[in-house]
Design a protein. Sequence first.
Length: 329
Amino acid sequence: MAGFSSIIGHEQIKKHLQNAISMDKISHAYIFHGPDQSGKMALAKSFAMALQCQQHGTEGCMECLSCRQVLSGAHPDVIYLQHEKPNTISVEDIRKQVNGTVGMKPYASHYKIYIIDEAEKMNQQAQNALLKTIEEPPAYAVIMLLTNNAGTFLPTIISRCITLDLKVVPDGKIRTFLMEKYQIPDYKADICTAFAQGNVGKAIQLAESEDFNEIKNASLQLLKRIKEIELYELMEAVKQISEYKLEINDYFDIMMIWYRDVIFYKATSDVNRLIFKDEVYNIKKQASKSSYEGIENIIKALEKAKRRLNANVNFDLTMELLLLTIKEN
Ligand SMILES: [Zn+2]
């Protein structure tokens, strides 16, 4: 993480925040609202760095003491709220770390900045406590609430904050970014991008993940030979999949993308827009062997199996049924 210029997408939000700095119209409270890993923390930190920078630009210089402290997470006037209980931010957390310290002027900078990540975890009492500070903040205080669900906030909180909604980032941007920054080949960038669905953090995680490659290879290997394997081998296949139980949603997504590629190729004969470009041979083969109806049945079965597993239906049974459906269609 290093400043606004290193963040992919979110152009409007960056512009809004940088305009606020240049016009000296900083609000006392912001809500950064968007899915997990969509870039909320990167935006909040970049904003904090720019606000505290000793060069007073609209972007942190990344060289002054203040910027270096923000980058290393050790700036005395950029405070990250900690909470002891993993699923709750309690009223004590807010009282102790925000209300109890906000009256003390910043040590070394213009602003005293509070970053509250996973702010949806504040219970009602915590929100009411925070409201006290947001209603009458000292001139130097800036509070940033980061959340994947602003619907949990009291209307009184929302009305006093500037809400910044993070939009998904266009695929083309993510793809180019992954190829340039992580030096991965185009077909891999395509796969990670298709998976991430506009979420840059997720795309980066996939690009860097060895596990993801392993799951992808295991999943594709099975799909390529599933028509040929004998019924009695299915249980063995289920056992192999159960090694990836924790990442089963990724496993499903890979299968889903595979069959979408098959159906797309069958309909268009266009290889350029396939996600699994390095598997063209096998995709062609599968497309010639399967009917549209068959592939659609498989895609439906995949969706159904995914729902079942998320509802805690028996793993082996669900997977066995799924593999049977795939084999027969
Ligand atoms: Zn600086």
